[in-house]
Design a binder for this molecule. Structure first.
Ligand SMILES: [Zn+2]
Length: 136
């Protein structure tokens, strides 16, 4: 129960940053209403899709993002190991305790610490704005 609450709060804080950046950007572009928001979520970010959607709904209330649909695109991780040359997905500890810190990531071939090429980032990849009926 405690773990679940923490996990939800993690998604909430990540989503708060995304929503706030997005609102700034949309305001700059003069967008009044958004229909759909697409985000990419890396496997190694350990964020839950449902928790992200829930956080988005909560955070978008009373903003131009209210009612917009959040589409989460999950991105598989990829690493490169300097030690043995392995390139591909990774092993990581799925002990829930690691989810809130830096997860332990190791090379499946030799067990050393590989470089993460992708899979850690969470970013906005697209927004569909609702067209205004002001075309004259
Ligand atoms: Zn290796």
């Amino acid at each position: 129960m405690e773990a679940y609450r923490k996990e939800t709060m993690h998604e909430y804080s990540v989503m708060r940053q995304l929503v706030s950046a997005l609102l700034d950007e949309l305001e700059e572009k003069g967008v009044n209403k958004a229909k759909e928001v697409r985000i990419e979520v890396g496997e190694l970010s350990f964020l839950g899709n449902e928790q992200l959607k829930f956080a988005f709904r909560t955070l978008s209330k009373d903003t131009i993002l209210e009612g917009a649909e959040l589409k989460v695109i999950n991105v598989e991780s990829k690493v490169r190991c300097e030690e043995c040359g392995y390139e591909g997905s990774v092993n990581y500890s799925d002990d829930p305790a690691f989810h809130y810190n830096v997860p332990v990531i190791s090379c499946p071939e030799c067990g050393s610490n590989p470089d993460i090429i992708k899979g850690k980032e969470t970013k906005i990849v697209g927004v569909t704005a609702v067209e205004e009926d002001d075309e004259t």
